[in-house]
Design a protein around this ligand. Structure first.
Ligand code: CP
Ligand code: NVA
Length: 307
């Protein structure tokens, strides 16, 4: 039985393939309703810290705790001032006295590492500038709903080499997919994450050609070109120019396999990385993917927070 009790989850690479499999099996079981009526996290509390906005992460962690019999406390940065009103260390040393786990969405990944260093209770990454690991759990639950084997599955990520791309690279190693990342020149993913995954045997190709990358893919994925915290007007304008040709639209969805699926972590910036006709296209599974945030995070919370 997968046992992640008390463990931090800051990145997908924190998991062994077996631990990852355990979370996925629980996520599928939860979605099938197999835990109905059970309250495995009764009496447990999750503190949720948000330095950035959120719809999916906030709602699904909150609902997940409730459905597992526990409770969540939402803390916005305007209230707690992580590192400004008081040191990150002190926030961790207070929260650990009251709650059973901390989920945080932060600007700097180092904030999560600092929280984890000082908190004796587990810290879960709800997105940083570097990684978005809980999103990838839902994404692969969705992929597994359509494809029986991950080994060698052609998966393409088109767009910015951002937190999503970095986490995808870690998942490529865990799952054995045949992963292609297409970015404009200069927007490649984090080199250290990439080199580590390649070194450990992941199958990953980096290209600047979105059309070739999309052709024949079983899964096509994109994310915003301008992530939260990067919205300065000048760089936003420059990015939109640099990403010409990287938009996912119905024509691009014609290029992927006839059984292929399209995913986007959302929120979408329509007219930039994607058009509405792509998220509403029959190949699009983006709203199943959003639903799976709930099941996948319930599975993670179950394994990390249960007694
Ligand atoms: N995909 C995702 O994390 O959505 P939110 O920013 O709404 O939480
Ligand atoms: N790359 C995006 C993901 C949002 C879920 C961001 O960081 O804003």
């Amino acid at each position: 039985m997968t046992d992640l009790r008390g463990r931090d989850f800051l990145r997908n690479a924190d998991l062994s393939p077996l631990e990852y499999r355990g979370i996925m099996d629980t996520a599928h079981a939860l979605k099938r309703g197999e835990f109905k009526g059970q309250k495995p996290l009764e009496g447990k509390t999750l503190a949720m810290i948000f330095e950035k906005p959120s719809l999916r992460t906030r709602t699904t962690f909150d609902v997940a705790m409730f459905q597992l019999g526990g409770h969540s406390v939402n803390l916005t940065n305007a209230e707690i001032g992580l590192g400004t009103r008081e040191p990150i260390r002190d926030v961790a040393l207070n929260l650990e006295r009251w709650v059973d786990g901390i989920m945080a969405r932060v600007f700097l990944h180092s904030t999560l590492e600092e929280l984890a260093k000082h908190s004796s209770k587990p810290v879960i990454n709800g997105l940083s500038d570097y990684l978005h690991p809980v999103q990838l759990l839902a994404d692969f639950q969705t992929i597994e709903e359509h494809f029986s084997s991950m080994k060698g599955l052609p998966v393409t990520y088109i767009g910015d080499g951002n937190n999503m791309a970095n986490s995808f690279i870690e998942m490529a190693l865990l799952t054995g997919i045949n992963f292609t990342i297409a970015t404009p020149r200069g927007y490649e993913p984090n080199a250290a994450v990439l080199l580590e995954a390649l070194h450990q045997g992941a199958t990953i190709k980096i290209t600047n050609d979105p059309i070739a990358a999309a052709r024949g893919a079983k899964v096509l994925y994109t994310d915003v070109w301008v992530s939260m915290g990067q919205e300065q007007e000048a760089s936003e304008r420059r990015k939109i120019r640099d990403f010409a040709g990287f938009q996912v639209n119905p024509e691009m969805l014609e290029l992927i396999d006839s059984d292929g699926i399209f995913l986007h972590c959302l929120p979408a910036h329509y007219g930039e990385e994607v058009v509405e006709a792509a998220t509403l296209h029959p190949k699009s599974k983006v709203f199943d993917q959003a639903e799976n945030r709930l099941h996948a995070q319930k599975a993670l919370l179950y394994h990390v927070l249960r007694d």
